[in-house]
Unconditional design. Structure first.
Length: 345
């Protein structure tokens, strides 16, 4: 094994440092498999996980269109979003953000696909969704779906190009963007263009989003070569379809980390105990990236035994939760059933 590590380390000089992972390093660089507990099994593509004030997990299931609650190891249904439609691919009931007054108003915000678009709605559980942002391009694939409250108090949504590449460079399209808006769907103060919810452009299929301090980081599916982690800044152009991964095109912003498509398929992301944790559905693992101030360290591969990891969330009790999606984008089953796991890290 030591000889193999030396060989791999030598080979790393030929590729970007951010892609190098030394075999056997996982045990030192991340939580061990023995620390992982199964909270729920026999789920159906748990897509996003948030936490209620009482510490229970609230999560969406993409294809059943259900919002569910997990308390301890007990799972209960909270609502079914009948207005959501699956796309036979990556669309359905996707992102979730809880109202800042959830304990009293029982309200959530959801990102989901309909017959005509992807949209964000406000939903009092048991009621009817009230759309606040509509017209996000929808297709079988490239539907984005991330939805989070940022530290600035605004909602941030990540969108895909809807399999129409020009959308990503078009400021008038909501496809291939990071969006930023208030709880009524109005553009957030400080957005780069007055009257627009668009915050950044040039994305192919953005997924998870989280923050280190006030700085946003988002994961993005590449096309045929490179997946990305991007530092999201107002008005920046992240290149798609002119660039995939790093490039030297004027006006385009390069990612801060990249992976070959086969190693990532980056999805959920969370800041946890001084590191970013990124789920990978293609690479069937989690990538851990140490954070030191404003610097990001070298990614290490952790949690490689659980299949396609989609949701990653830091829980209020100090644990890290993972949601697996062991079906592919077409709904074909994988080796393991979909589940939610937790670890002490």
């Amino acid at each position: 094994m030591r000889a193999r590590r030396i060989a791999v380390a030598a080979a790393c000089t030929a590729v970007a440092a951010s892609l190098c992972v030394i075999p056997g390093a996982s045990a030192q660089d991340g939580p061990s498999a023995q620390a992982v507990r199964t909270l729920a099994t026999k789920l159906d593509i748990p897509w996003d996980i948030e936490f209620a004030p009482d510490g229970s997990g609230i999560f969406t299931e993409r294809d059943t269109r259900k919002i569910k609650k997990i308390k301890g190891t007990t799972v209960t249904d909270l609502d079914t979003v009948e207005q959501a439609q699956t796309t036979g691919g990556e669309g359905g009931l996707l992102g979730l953000a809880l109202s800042r007054s959830f304990a009293t108003d029982n309200t959530v915000f959801i990102y989901y696909s309909t017959a005509n678009d992807n949209r964000v709605s406000k939903l009092k559980l048991g009621g009817t969704p009230e759309p606040i942002v509509t017209g996000i391009p929808k297709n079988r694939y490239h539907n984005g779906g991330g939805l989070e409250f940022g530290p600035d108090g605004f909602l941030w949504a990540t969108t895909g190009d809807g399999q129409n590449k020009p959308n990503a460079q078009n400021w008038n399209s909501l496809g291939g963007k990071v969006l930023r808006f208030d709880t009524s769907g109005r553009p957030a103060a400080g957005n780069p263009r007055a009257g627009s919810v668009v915050y950044s452009i040039g994305h192919r299929n953005v997924q998870g989003i989280t923050w280190i301090g006030a700085t946003a980081y988002a994961t993005e599916f590449g096309d045929a070569k490179t997946d990305e982690l991007n530092k999201i800044e107002a008005g920046k152009n992240y290149g798609w379809p002119n660039c995939e991964g790093n490039c030297n095109v004027a006006g385009m912003t390069n990612p801060v980390k990249t992976w070959p498509n086969s190693q990532a398929g980056p999805t959920g992301i969370a800041l946890y105990k001084g590191a970013l944790y990124i789920g990978a559905v293609t690479g069937k693992r989690v990538w851990k990236i140490p954070v030191n101030g404003t610097s990001l360290g070298t990614p290490a591969s952790v949690f490689t035994g659980y299949g396609r990891v989609r949701a990653v969330a830091a829980a209020p009790d100090g644990t890290l939760w993972l949601g697996t999606s062991n079906q592919d984008a077409n709904g074909s089953p994988g080796a393991n059933d979909d589940r939610i796991l937790s670890t002490d890290g």
